[in-house]
Each structure stands twice: as C-alpha cells, then as structure tokens.
Design a protein around this ligand. Structure first.
Ligand code: TXA
Ligand code: MG
Length: 438
C-alpha cells in the first residue's frame, strides 16, 4: 500500500518523508507559482494540474480537517491554520512549540477579508491606507483593532489588536482564496530556530509533525515581514520588527504627512512591550541554529555599538583565536585531533572576507591561529546589496547547521535598508558580538 502511494505521489510531484521519530507522514507537494493567476474579482485559476491538486489538498486540510499546512510566502515559509478556528490555531502552537503568549499574524487575500476581522464601525486611517496601497500584497504587517467576536483570543494572545498582512506569493494568496478563510501563520520552524526559506528547511525541522508542505521554491525576501503599529494616539508609525519593507520605504510613502517612523530600540523604548513578547526576541530566544553564532563587527562599520576605542579592539587573528579557545570544542583543533569546523557568512567584497581568506587563517602554524580550522564559507550579499543578504541569511545559518559546523561567524552589515532587519535577526541569533580590527 505504502509503495503504491509513494508511486502515485511521485506521479503528482510529491515527496513523502517518513522518519523513525515521525508520528505522521509528511507529504511535500510542488506548486508552480507561475501557473497561478488572479482575476479582478479575486478568483483564482491554476493552469498546472499538480499545483491545482496540491492547493486543493491543502485547502481541504485547512477547512475540512481543521489542521495545519505549511505554505510558501514571499518572506519565509508559514505554518498556517484557519484564523477563525481556535482549535486549529492551537495546533500551530503545539506543532512549533510556541509559547502561547506570542500572538500570530493573520494572512488575508482581499480587503473584504481584512474588514471581516475588524470592528464593523472601524474606519481605516489614512496613513494605513497609504501603506496598504504601496506595500500590499507584500511583506508589511499592520496592527489593527480586532473584532473579538470574530478573531479568537488564541490568535491575538489576548491583545486588543490583531496583526494582519496580505502576502504577495501566488501560492499563499491562492491558498487563502481557495480555503476562503484568513490564515493565522507564524514562520514554519520549531520555536527559537531560524525561519525557513525553502521547503527542505521545513521538511528537515518539522517532518512527522505536519502532514503537508507546499513547495513553492526559495522565498524571495528571505526574512519576515515588517511589523508596524500605527495605532498610537500620536499617529506615528512604530516598527516593532524591521523586515522586508524597509524603514526608508515606509518614510518615502508617508513623506510630507508629518507622520514619523520610529524603530523600536533605535528610536524609542517600551517597557510594557519588553515585558510582553509582542516583538520577537524581546522575551524569547530567536533565530538561533544549534551551532553557536558570533556576530563579527568591525570598528569601522559605523555601528551604534562602536563605543570601543580602536586601540582596545583585537586584530582579526587575536579575536578569532580567543573565540575558538573559548569554545567547548576548543580541544578539537589541537594537533592530532580533527580541525574545528567554522562556518563563515560574510560579504564577498568586504575587508573582513579578504582578511579571513589569507592562508594564516587555516591555522596550525606559528604565524596563524593556535588551532587548526576547516572553513565553510558562504557569501552574503555584496556590501551594497542588503536585499541579497536578507535573502540568503537564514538559508546560510540553516545549511551551515545541517553541515555540522562547530561555530558560525556572521559579518555585521550596515543597519540601513534591509540591513536593519538582517542585523536585528543576527543579534538575536548570536551568543555574543565580537569586535575586530581589520
Ligand atoms: O513574514 C512574516 O511575517 C511571516 C510569514 C509566515 O508571514 N510570519 C511570521 O510570523 O514571521 P511570526 O509568528 O514568526 O512572527 C510574528 C510576530 C511575532 O513576533 C509577534 O509577536 C508579532 O508578530 N505580533 C503578532 N500579533 C501581534 C500583535 N497583536 N501585537 C504586537 N505584535 C504582534
Ligand atoms: Mg517566527
């Protein structure tokens, strides 16, 4: 029976993952985003039979089985369930091991679906209307007052607001439209791990815990949506989490309106928010792979953290040597043992990459590092390409982890454009920041 099902699955572009620890079979169904089109009235047509089969299967799991499905969005993969069904939403929390006090984003595919979640008398403020026109569908999440008769408190974790976004990925939009229900969906990773940007990341992490993963290829943005609260009495926009829509993008759209964009921790503090986990990483560990991550900052990087006098900052060699000496696996790199496996995520054109590319960093000789090192190097975007860095960051962290490196070093990037979100994630993933003089 299993063999026949596998054969059938293969014929419709399915992969089945079963492991010893699995409690259920996890199917991976391919979806071709280019086979999906939307008409003016929001109806969906799908030209590829495999994609249609995958989306209908997913829609049935959501609506008939009241269960969870993994689907691609333009930011990261999401673990979705009907946002209107508290017991389905509870499966999101249990599947991820997510603390129940961390609220979820609700994904919609039309403005009518948005209105259905809000108090009937609520009028969308003009600043929000501008942002929605500019960035929806896309990687921007906005906080709205929730209609408590419609949005279950398990979605909002008891907050009076609901976070909503309209994703632009055709597979996500088609799934929401076909299921005809808004989907609550966090990133499809075990709580605390980096967010998945490829179906195989999800399969490696959640196999046996979800019945279906829709594979729509690699996510384009690569890190999560920007979460914005524009509900404060002063009318300013507060960025709770930087993400795919940059602060510069937001400022451009509201320019001349007198509304300011305030970034949490950079431009304002909110102790109430720090106590509640409504912004990722405030209370819980986030984005951390198994291997310890160190953020490498250069003194000339212009970061606001650069309060150190240049003379106190160690050279790259001194810093890497002392960092490796501190590792629990330090003895590994000693003579006669295997080398320490070091994963490096850095910008291909940076001075740090050039410095770490010289032979002395292979280690083991008088001039070089004290221990022997085997490097596994991955390129972030070039210095002027923060959107590329955003796209590849989580894939880099996850794939280095899967490779079994002992430690991951990530080069700090400038905190402008997508670099702000990149550094937000890296700081939360990192055990420590190490300053180096290049
Ligand atoms: O790009 C994304 O946003 C992805 C994809 C799947 O859409 N989703 C995602 O969800 O990143 P999640 O659960 O990993 O992060 C949602 C963040 C959480 O940190 C949560 O605290 C915040 O949004 N959030 C949700 N509802 C909120 C609310 N009512 N007030 C304040 N923050 C809220
Ligand atoms: Mg997440």
């Amino acid at each position: 029976m299993q063999a026949i099902r596998r054969l059938l699955n293969r014929l419709v572009g399915t992969r089945t993952l079963v492991t010893a620890a699995s409690t259920m079979e996890t199917r991976v169904l391919n979806c071709d985003p280019y086979s999906i089109t939307f008409s003016e009235d929001g109806s969906v047509s799908i030209s590829a039979p495999d994609t249609e089969f995958a989306l209908r299967t997913a829609s049935e799991i959501l609506t008939k089985d009241k269960n969870v499905v993994v689907f691609p969005t333009e930011t990261v993969y999401g673990l979705g369930a009907s946002a209107l069904d508290p017991s389905a939403v509870s499966l999101i929390y249990s599947t991820k091991g997510r603390p129940s006090d961390n609220p979820l984003i609700v994904h919609i595919s039309s403005r009518a679906m948005l209105q259905s979640l809000l108090p009937p008398s609520y009028i969308i403020p003009s600043t929000y209307a501008k942002l929605m026109d500019a960035f929806w569908p896309g990687p921007l999440t906005l906080l709205f007052p929730a209609n408590p008769d419609v949005v279950p408190s398990i979605v909002t974790a008891g907050h009076p607001t609901v976070a909503v976004r309209e994703p632009s990925h055709p597979v996500a939009r088609a799934l929401i439209a076909l299921a005809n229900t808004p989907l609550a969906a966090p990133s499809a990773n075990s709580s605390g791990k980096p967010s998945p940007t490829k179906a195989e990341h999800v399969a490696a992490d959640l196999h046996g815990r979800v019945s279906l993963i829709l594979d729509g290829g690699a996510c384009d943005v690569g890190l999560e949506s920007t979460v914005v609260d524009g509900l404060a009495a002063d009318g300013h926009l507060r960025v709770l989490r930087p993400g795919g829509v940059t602060v510069e993008d937001l400022e451009r759209v509201i320019e001349g309106s007198g509304v300011k964009v305030l970034v949490h921790r950079r431009d304002y503090k909110d102790e109430q928010q720090e106590a509640a986990p409504t912004t990722p990483g405030m209370k819980y560990r986030h984005y951390a792979p198994r291997s310890p991550v160190y953020l490498l900052m250069q003194t000339n990087s212009g970061s606001t953290d650069s309060k150190l006098g240049a003379e106190k900052v160690p050279s790259v060699r001194e810093a890497i040597t002392s960092l490796l000496d501190q590792l629990p696996c330090a003895a590994v790199g000693e003579a006669g043992a295997r080398p320490v496996k070091v994963g490096l995520l850095s910008c291909p054109d940076s001075p740090l990459t050039a410095a770490l590319g010289t032979p002395e960093y292979e280690g083991g000789d008088e001039a070089g590092l004290r221990v022997r090192v085997e490097w596994s190097r991955r390129a972030l975007g070039a210095l002027g390409e923060p959107s590329v860095t955003a796209r590849v960051l989580f894939d880099g962290l996850i794939s280095l982890d899967q490779e079994g490196v002992d430690v991951i070093l990530v080069e700090g990037v400038e905190e402008t454009h997508e670099g702000l979100a990149v550094m937000n994630r890296v700081r939360k993933a990192a055990a420590e920041t190490v300053w180096v003089r290049v």
